[in-house]
Design a protein around this ligand. Structure first.
Ligand SMILES: CC(C)(COP(=O)(O)OP(=O)(O)OC[C@H]1O[C@@H](n2cnc3c(N)ncnc32)[C@H](O)[C@@H]1O)[C@@H](O)C(=O)NCCC(=O)NCCS
Ligand SMILES: Nc1ncnc2c1ncn2[C@@H]1O[C@H](COP(=O)(O)OP(=O)(O)OP(=O)(O)O)[C@@H](O)[C@H]1O
Length: 276
């Protein structure tokens, strides 16, 4: 097989497979996702973006939140053509990240909507668009919401705790230090996520150095996906072989031990004497 043909053959192992990417809040998931999208042209599903779509005005999520939280958590948005009530995200965030029970309620309401939309998008990409590359799922709560069950490989982006806080301060100047701590505490500790990770992406250094690590991490992820796909193929082959062997042995066993038929068939009769 030529090099390119074998490369194509190897690539097909990860075609349409879900590579789940997660990490702590502000550790650099979106940055790494953007690099992977640009370097390998991977289709990306961003769970934060999906979470925003499911509460757009007029959707089921919007009305569920409106009934549950009340009108006080919505604000009027004026545009040139229309005026509508939209979710006041910063007010909701203040309440949700300060109170674990409210967060539990919000998750219970929105998670089924978010998960079903993600699964539907994956289905379209894999079976309708037939993508030839892995699909990158960028989800901050990948493990917490059990989304890793549908992933072939999981990648966790991490940086030092002080860098995480500093980057969040720069990215969201509107968040107070207390709010940053609340957001961090609202998720699994980064160490716990790292323990579950198949591949760890170190985002502690300068951007240029990190970019190279991202390439290495993607290569590792592909190798793991390929290994797992081959193992699954081997298991499937083994199960089918054992099943066939069983069927064959049962059939031949019955054949050998069957009682002779109680009547003579045409073939059992002795041949007529033709010698004269
Ligand atoms: C509470 C909301 C309205 C706050 O909106 P806001 O614009 O301030 O934040 P944004 O959506 O950009 O999220 C920023 C980060 O907060 C963290 N975060 C968001 N929701 C949660 C949550 N329920 N639990 C823990 N962390 C969360 C994530 O790391 C996320 O990347 C919003 O985050 C939301 O609707 N969250 C519930 C949906 C959800 O679970 N999203 C995560 C999808 S895996
Ligand atoms: N290697 C790096 N060096 C310096 N700054 C970085 C690096 N990686 C990311 N950043 C910056 O840190 C901030 C957070 O990064 P990013 O938005 O990618 O994190 P995130 O995990 O997606 O955050 P969130 O959970 O809020 O969605 C951004 O302002 C980004 O520009």
């Amino acid at each position: 097989m030529s090099a390119s043909a074998s490369g194509k053959h190897e690539e097909c192992y990860s075609a349409g497979k879900v590579f789940g990417l997660t990490g702590g809040v502000g550790t650099g998931k979106s940055t790494v996702t953007e690099w992977l999208r640009a370097l390998y042209r991977l289709p990306v599903i961003d769970a934060d973006e999906v979470a925003r779509q499911v509460v757009e005005p007029g959707t089921l999520g919007y009305w569920l939140l409106r009934m549950w939280l009340g009108r006080g958590y919505f604000r009027r948005e004026e545009s040139a053509t229309e005026s509508r009530w939209v979710l006041d995200r910063s007010r909701v965030a203040q309440r949700v990240f300060a109170d674990a029970w409210v967060r539990f309620g919000l998750n219970a309401l929105l998670r089924p909507l978010i998960l079903s939309r993600i699964v539907w998008r994956l289905f379209l990409l894999r079976y309708v668009a037939s993508v030839k590359t892995p699909i990158l799922l960028d989800a901050p709560l990948l493990f917490e919401s059990r989304l890793h069950w549908i992933c072939a490989v999981t990648l966790v982006v991490y940086c030092r705790a002080d860098q995480q806080r500093e980057r969040l301060r720069q990215r969201h100047p509107e968040w107070s230090d207390a709010e940053i701590e609340q957001r961090i505490r609202a998720q699994w500790p980064l160490e716990r996520k790292l323990l579950r990770a198949d591949v760890r992406v170190d985002n502690c250094g300068e951007r240029v150095a990190v970019r190279e690590r991202v390439v290495a991490a993607y290569t590792d992820a592909q190798a793991i996906a390929r290994r797992r796909a081959k193992r699954r193929e081997n298991i499937l082959f083994g199960v089918v072989a054992i099943a066939l062997l069983l069927v064959f042995s049962v059939a031949t066993y019955r054949g050998r031990h069957l009682q002779p038929m109680p009547f003579r068939t045409r073939w059992d009769r002795p041949a007529p004497d033709t010698k004269g």
